[in-house]
Write a protein that binds this ligand. Structure first.
Ligand code: IMP
Ligand code: MG
Length: 180
C-alpha cells in the first residue's frame, strides 16, 4: 500500500481504546482467577497495547516477550512466521495469553499458539486488540478481541506503516479522500 494521496481516518480514539482495555482486562482477570498467568506480547506491534492491557489485569502476572516476523518489506503476510525471540524456560505450569496488535491473515497467532502448546504450556489463549477476519488465510480465531475492523491498513497505537507511526496514541487508517 502507498499512502500517496491518502488521508487519515480515525477509527478509535484514545478514550475508545482505554475503555476497551478496561473491559478486556476485567474479563481476563475473571477468566484466569486461580491460574498462573503468563502474558506474552508479540513484538513489536503489541508493545503499547500490551503495556496498557496488563495494567488492567488485577492478578499476579508474569510478562515475557516474543518477537515474530512474517512481513519482510511488503504488507502481505508471507505465511512463513519466523520466531526471532522465543521463550526459553519451562512453560508447563503457565496459562499463557499471547497478545498481539492485530490478527490479519492469522498466520502469526496460529503458529505462535501452536508453538507454545508444543512447548508444553498448560493452556494457551490469545488476545488481539484488532481483528480483520475478512483477511484470514488460515482458520484462526483469537480468544479475546477488542474490535473487528474492515480490510484497511491500520496504523497507530503500536501498529506501523514502514518504520513509523507506532507512537501515535490513537488508531487510524489511510483511506482515499472520498472515504472520510
Ligand atoms: P498476520 O500473521 O497476517 O495475522 O499478521 C499479524 C501481523 O501483521 C501483526 O502482528 C501486525 O504487526 C501486522 N499487520 C497486519 N495488518 C496490519 C495493519 O493493518 N497495520 C499494521 N500492521 C498490520
Ligand atoms: Mg506484528
Amino acid at each position: 500500500m502507498s499512502i500517496e494521496n491518502k488521508v487519515e481516518k480515525v477509527l478509535f480514539t484514545r478514550e475508545d481504546i482505554n475503555s476497551k482495555n478496561c473491559e478486556l482486562g476485567k474479563q481476563i482477570t475473571k477468566d484466569y482467577e486461580g491460574g498462573k498467568l503468563l502474558v506474552v506480547p508479540l513484538l513489536k506491534g503489541s508493545f503499547i497495547f500490551a503495556a496498557d492491557l496488563v495494567r488492567e489485569i488485577e492478578m499476579p502476572t508474569r510478562i515475557e516477550f516474543m518477537t515474530t516476523s512474517s512481513y519482510g518489506d511488503s504488507h502481505e503476510s508471507s505465511g512463513q512466521v519466523c520466531i526471532t525471540q522465543d521463550l526459553n524456560f519451562d512453560l508447563e505450569e503457565y496459562d499463557i495469553l499471547v497478545v498481539d496488535d492485530i490478527c490479519d491473515s492469522g498466520h502469526t497467532m496460529k503458529s505462535v499458539v501452536e508453538h507454545l502448546r508444543n512447548k508444553g504450556a498448560k493452556t494457551v489463549k490469545s488476545c488481539v486488540l484488532l481483528d480483520k477476519p475478512s483477511r484470514r488465510a488460515v482458520e484462526y480465531d483469537a480468544d479475546y478481541v477488542g474490535y473487528t475492523v474492515p480490510d484497511l491498513f491500520i496504523v497507530g497505537y503500536g501498529l506501523n506503516y514502514g518504520d513509523y507511526y507506532r507512537n501515535i496514541p490513537y488508531i487510524f487508517a489511510f483511506v482515499d479522500k472520498e472515504e472520510v
